[in-house]
Design a binder for this molecule. Structure first.
Ligand SMILES: NC(=O)c1ccc[n+]([C@@H]2O[C@H](COP(=O)([O-])OP(=O)(O)OC[C@H]3O[C@@H](n4cnc5c(N)ncnc54)[C@H](OP(=O)(O)O)[C@@H]3O)[C@@H](O)[C@H]2O)c1
Length: 249
């Protein structure tokens, strides 16, 4: 099995990498900065797992420019058929950017940053991979989204930039899935809610969570891998909960 992880420094992306390496897969990982090869608190990787782990550095601007180094990296990665791709990019908070509690806190800057990381870059990644997918016609593409990006499910309000940018991502996935079905009927593209996971993203918001909701990154990786193993082209274009049930758009 060959798995590609986009956004390898994410808490969930790193856990997916470790999970699939421990299952004997080859894992090709893209991130902006070099990632620690092994995760703190996890067993050391075997020499085989180290050999199966391929790291590629990229800069987000390269996605817009269709740059030669990125194309070279994709040519290397897709020389081996790819079974699964996870896009793990996401932004909820950083420095001055905090999720809004009310519309009064909305700013153009917050909206721009959220849309850049949650919508634009994951969309450009899909576009960058598109020409290579014919080499892997049964590929499963899992773009990590969020339940709070479901418009139909929104009963609480707030977090406007994050919610809106994930809702836009969901629409992009839905539209691209229609094109994918025409081009590669055996491939599957979904937006996938990973569940609340103990990563840097959720850290400041973990205090009032119901017992049992917060999962370790390793547990989330196991749950997502189990769901994705059962994914079929019939689910193409869906927004899925981590357990495979369909969420409303
Ligand atoms: N954790 C949760 O509870 C939770 C819940 C629902 C949905 N999700 C979704 O699951 C996915 C992974 O979440 P996580 O908790 O693992 O996130 P995380 O640990 O905060 O990782 C963030 C990821 O986003 C990328 N990123 C951040 N800023 C960027 C920028 N300016 N340009 C390009 N890339 C940028 C990072 O890329 P590099 O690898 O290049 O550094 C990293 O891969 C996200 O889509 C998130 O929205 C998470």
């Amino acid at each position: 099995m060959h798995v590609v992880i986009l956004g390898g420094n994410s808490g969930i992306g790193a856990a997916l990498t470790t999970h699939y390496l421990s299952c004997g897969a080859m894992v090709s990982v893209f991130s902006r900065t070099a990632m620690p090869v092994e995760q703190a608190g996890q067993p050391a990787w075997s020499p085989q797992q180290r050999a199966d782990h391929r790291q590629y550095l990229y800069q987000p601007e390269q996605l817009e420019q269709s740059s030669a180094p990125l194309q070279d990296a994709l040519a290397t990665v897709f020389a081996q058929p790819v079974d699964l791709v996870f896009c793990c990019l996401g932004l909820l908070h950083q420095a001055e950017l905090q999720p809004e509690k009310s519309l009064r806190q909305l700013s153009a800057d917050n909206l721009r940053q959220a849309f850049e990381v949650n919508t634009i870059l994951p969309s450009l990644w899909l576009q960058a991979l598109w020409p290579w997918l014919t080499k892997s016609p049964q590929v499963k593409l899992c773009w990590l989204s969020a339940k709070v990006g479901s418009i139909g499910d929104n009963q609480a309000g707030g977090w406007h930039s994050y919610r809106a940018s994930k809702a836009a991502l969901n629409m992009l996935v839905r539209g691209a899935a229609i094109e994918l079905k025409r081009q590669l009927p055996q491939a599957t593209l979904v937006a996938l809610h990973p569940g609340t996971t103990d990563t840097a993203m959720s850290k400041p918001f973990q205090r009032n969570l119901p017992a049992g909701q917060l999962q370790s990154p390793a547990a989330t990786a196991r749950r997502l891998a189990a769901t994705v193993a059962d994914l079929t082209p019939a689910q193409n274009g869906a927004l899925l909960h981590w357990d495979g049930t369909v969420l409303p758009y």
